[in-house]
Design a protein around this ligand. Structure first.
Ligand code: ADP
Ligand code: MG
Length: 278
């Protein structure tokens, strides 16, 4: 891609676009003109003859916050493994926007294209400060930034400050990550993902082990991300799901059992049966 000075100054004037500019692959190839960011269609995966994913169809809108629930073994983690390229389905299709065929991309390509994944266990750099963790998380983009001048380094610092604010750790910027609470480490890791400016964030059981207060803060954080990012959250805690999700998808035996609001889902006899059987 070619950078023009005029284009660069234009980008500086619009902060969001500066950050798009820092992740050129994502903004260049991702086509969400139909309003959807993720399409999973007729996906099947078997492990030694056991069907973990069974004709799965799932569509995520751009900017949507979606919760996926379902009993143990429903296929939730396998579904995330397919989206991120860790597991290849036996059949079906998986598209990121209109143009990126996830089944033809490897894990690093998918991450670069703008899909970020937060695993259950936080993996922050314990010996480094909050600020340095966020700085390091941006390292992948630094080659691009080396091409640019100090103005952009200001943008870079602003972005770190903005993310620290979002994750509620602005007052802890010089604190060693290892000394943060469990909940704060989870937020820091979400912050580290945000430094990569993902278009789609996959979050696996974010509130496991959190205090009630931390859960409320996490709900606020994930809600604040929706709109600018698309967020898919896998979660067991029903109170938490109720507090964040407008749309809930119930997975069962590798397929979508139902989709709806939390009220619709919780009063559905099929869903009740599946959870009673757990
Ligand atoms: P969930 O995250 O909803 O609890 P998973 O996606 O982890 O469910 O698992 C779905 C099913 O597939 C489970 O029965 C699990 O044992 C099985 N499974 C998942 N990964 C593998 C694997 N690599 N090899 C064999 N079986 C697997
Ligand atoms: Mg799982």
């Amino acid at each position: 891609m070619g950078f023009s000075v005029g284009g660069y100054l234009e980008a500086i004037r619009h902060r969001d676009r500066v950050f798009d500019f820092l992740a050129p692959q994502a903004s260049m190839n991702l086509d969400v003109s139909k309003g959807y960011i993720l399409y999973l269609e007729d996906i099947n995966v078997s492990f030694d003859g056991f069907k973990a994913i069974n004709n799965l169809n799932l569509y995520i809108k751009e900017g949507e916050l979606r919760c996926i629930i379902g009993p143990n073994g429903a296929g939730k983690t396998t579904m995330m493994d397919i989206i991120t390229g860790k597991t290849r389905p036996d059949s079906g299709s998986a598209w990121f926007g209109q143009r990126l065929n996830l089944l033809e991309m490897d894990e690093p390509e998918i991450a670069t294209a703008g899909i970020g994944r937060k695993f259950q266990k936080p993996t922050v750099f314990e010996e480094h400060t909050v600020f340095d963790n966020l700085d390091l998380a941006m390292a992948g983009n630094k080659n691009v930034m080396a091409l640019l001048n100090a103005r952009l380094n200001t943008a870079q610092k602003e972005r770190i400050a903005e993310v620290m604010e979002m994750i509620g750790l602005a007052d802890h910027r010089y604190q060693r990550a290892g000394s943060l609470s469990h909940g704060q480490k989870q937020w820091l890791e979400i912050g580290m993902l945000l430094m990569q400016n993902p278009k789609l964030l996959l979050v696996d059981e974010p509130v496991a082990g959190m205090t009630h207060q931390e859960m409320d803060r996490t709900a606020e954080l994930l809600n604040s991300l929706a709109g600018r990012h698309s967020v898919v959250v896998v979660e067991h805690d029903m109170d938490f799901v109720r507090s964040i999700a407008r749309n809930v998808t119930v997975l069962h035996q590798g397929s979508v059992l139902m989709e709806g609001t939390m009220d619709q889902v919780q009063s559905d006899p099929k869903v009740k049966e599946v959870y009673l059987g757990e």
